[in-house]
Design a protein around this ligand. Structure first.
Ligand SMILES: Cc1ncc(C[n+]2csc(CCOP(=O)(O)OP(=O)(O)O)c2C)c(N)n1
Ligand SMILES: [Mg+2]
Length: 654
């Protein structure tokens, strides 16, 4: 175990590496867990200051009380996220900035819009939610701004790069009705790489007299370091390498202020007051305040973490566990969906040198780290720019490469147009892998990956694989790469379930279970089932469990559970099997009204004739809604997508 002093020294040492060229904050002003009060005092750390009840109270504090408040906030951030998990690194970095924002601007009359919203914990703590009660748990505080929680929360869409458009829109509407006041967008260096934020800057620059203020929180990172031309430009600005006025923002017609040390209370207060003056000056272009912060600031393990500075964490021990003994066994084989994907992609890339992987600023979270380690020049990070990722993929395919775009399912929404028209219309060979597909849980409505199947179902010729387990995922990746045109491979968050082997595969369709009188002898033709359960993706285990449960109650019932393996286009053998069944029940982890089940219903009902009516049909999935944050299992249960819920539907149609 390191001593308290070593602990602090480690932070100081790491801080020198992580910080930019602007003056660093005094590390002694930060709160370290494990630092005894007397040690902290000896180091000159300020006494903790209680979190004020609201922004008005915050404004009554004296400037020299703010370091003490920052200490308290950091201690609480650590305590709360160690218990609940959450976006620790980004929030540790914006403690001083958020204090300064709420002292200068009068929220909610002067709205502060946090881009993406993952860095709004401090904002919540300063606007009446000091303990972030029940963070990310059902009924508790959301991990993002949430209008139901507070008038201070404006935008709850956790997708990046939208804040400047929001702020400028609010500002425009208010000016039209003669309302005064500033509207603030707080945007990260990563989120600034998203096209819509650049479109918004371009447009804002032409609106001289706007009351919008853009606060650029530059910590040099998305998850990984932010790369590309814009990142290089910000680096030059941080380093003071450009003469005044030679920055991109000024060139556009905006008023650039900075760079400013984002851990220096006085400097922040000063620059935000100047930004207000610019916003209130009818002759000035909107202000862009360049604030330099350190992701994870004040917590040594976060600052030292090269991967993502603890961008997001699960629950953890604040006092670090002892380092593992040398003789510790090798890490266990990959158990998460993401890890299985990573292995499969690396293998595919080894087998075919045309394979190029693309990520939108999420190389590690989407599983591309193994490939990046082995073949770094074949993994492209295009920034938080999903549209660009798919547009680039179309071009790569045209140029002779085999692109694989790895995204989180929810972020595919951003790039629907590119998927439909750039890729599918042009028949380009592009594979998209979608992690976190289906209900995700803790991150709330905008993070569920529940729209991808519905979107893919609108795209002519799209091939969709929804593997039910890790082994199937390993097969789906090369199958998708080998399929001409657009293919998608989607799979959920977390640990991959135990392998669920097929008892039979015929014409590409896997049968997972057959119940009923003739099931035991597994005849060549198993006959028409009473119920055909069409299980799409990772709900396979639940579908099988449900069928078993109902079969115990009704031993005579012939229930066949199948997995079509390829969900779209609907395989012909699937359609043939479905028309013979008395009832068909589909299960999928996506929007039920528009997904694979809906496509099958449409197909079967339009084929039906008076002589051959369609079978009784039921589709199980997520109802058209915005499910709030809760555990994945709880939401699945509520939607009737767990084994008990599926069994209820089976009983209904039996
Ligand atoms: C459209 C979109 N794509 C991907 C993400 C995933 N994501 C969440 S935070 C983040 C990095 C954000 O970096 P930055 O804006 O610099 O904020 P920081 O965490 O550094 O404060 C990414 C890529 C997202 N939220 N939205
Ligand atoms: Mg950043």
């Amino acid at each position: 175990m390191t001593s308290t002093r070593e602990h602090i020294a480690a932070v100081r040492g790491e801080a020198a590496v992580a910080r930019s060229s602007t003056r660093p904050a005094d590390p002694a002003s930060f709160a370290f867990p494990g630092v005894l009060p007397q040690d902290a005092a000896a180091l000159g750390a300020p006494a903790e200051v209680e979190i004020p009840a609201n922004p008005e109270q915050l404004r009554t504090l004296h400037l020299d009380q703010l370091p003490g408040l920052a200490r308290t906030l950091r201690r609480r951030l650590l305590e709360i996220t160690s218990e609940h998990g959450g976006h620790l690194g980004p929030n540790l970095g914006v403690v001083e900035l958020t204090i300064a924002l709420h002292r200068e601007f009068r929220s909610p009359q002067e709205p502060i819009i946090f881009d993406t919203g993952h860095q709004a914990y401090v904002h919540k703590m300063l606007t009446g939610r000091p303990d972030l009660d029940g963070l990310r748990r059902e009924g508790g505080t959301s991990g993002y701004p949430d209008r139901r929680e507070s008038a201070h929360d404006v935008v709850e869409n956790s997708h990046a790069s939208g804040s400047i458009a929001w702020a400028h829109g609010i500002d425009r509407a208010r000016r039209r009705i003669g309302q005064r006041g500033v509207t603030v967008a707080v945007i990260g260096d990563g989120a600034l790489t998203g096209g819509v934020s650049l479109e918004a800057l371009h447009e804002l620059a032409a609106d001289v007299g706007s009351g919008a203020v853009v606060v650029l929180n530059d910590n040099t990172r998305s998850y990984a370091p932010t790369i590309g031309g814009l990142a290089a430009h910000l680096q030059q600005l941080r380093g003071g390498e450009l003469p005044a006025g030679a920055d991109l923002f000024t060139a556009l017609g905006l008023t650039y202020l900075g760079p400013v040390d984002g851990h220096d209370h006085a400097a922040l207060a000063d620059v935000l007051a100047r930004a207000r003056s610019v916003a209130e000056d009818p002759a000035a272009g909107a202000a862009v305040v360049h604030v330099v912060t350190r992701k994870g600031a004040g917590f040594d393990r976060a600052e030292a973490d090269a991967l993502d500075h603890w961008h997001a964490t699960g629950p953890f021990e604040i006092t670090p566990p002892a380092p593992p003994a040398a003789e510790d066994p090798a890490p266990p084989a990959a158990t998460t969906w993401t890890a299985r994907l990573g292995e499969a992609v690396l293998e595919a890339a080894r087998a075919d040198e045309r394979v190029i992987a693309i990520s939108a600023a999420m190389v590690d979270p989407v599983g591309l780290t193994p490939m990046q380690r082995k073949m770094p020049d074949r993994v492209l990070d295009v920034g938080i720019a999903e549209q660009l990722a798919l547009g680039t993929a179309a071009g790569l395919s045209r140029g002779g490469a085999k692109p694989l775009v790895a995204l989180y399912s929810t972020f595919l929404n951003r790039a629907f147009d590119q998927m439909l028209l750039d890729v599918a219309l042009h028949h380009e060979d592009v594979t998209i892998t979608l992690d976190r597909a289906g209900i995700t849980g803790d991150d709330g409505p905008s993070h569920h990956g529940m729209w991808d199947l519905a979107l893919a179902a609108q795209v002519p010729g799209a091939t969709v694989f929804a593997p039910r387990d890790g082994d199937q995922l390993a097969r789906a990746v090369p199958a998708a790469l080998a399929t001409p045109g657009l293919s998608l491979v989607r799979f959920p968050k977390g640990k991959a379930p135990a392998a669920l082997p097929a008892i039979e595969t015929r014409e590409g369709i896997d049968t997972l279970l057959r119940t009923g009188p003739e099931a035991a002898d597994a005849p060549a033709d198993p006959g028409a089932p009473d119920i055909l359960v069409v299980s799409i993706g990772a709900l396979g285990h639940a579908a099988v469990a449900a069928a078993r449960e109902v079969a115990r109650e009704h031993p005579e019932a012939r229930i066949h559970v199948i997995d079509p393996v390829q969900a779209l286009p609907l395989p012909t053998p699937l359609l043939k099997a479905a028309v013979r069944a008395r009832a068909v029940v589909t299960t999928e982890d996506g929007v039920v009204e528009r997904g694979i089940g809906a496509a099958l219903v449409h197909e079967l009902t339009t084929r039906a004739t008076r002589e051959h009516p369609a079978p009784l049909l039921r589709t199980i999935g997520v109802p058209q809604s915005f499910p709030r944050h809760a555990k994945r299992e709880a939401i699945l249960e509520r939607c009737g997508m767990d084994a008990a819920g599926i069994a209820r539907t089976l009983r209904e149609v039996l």
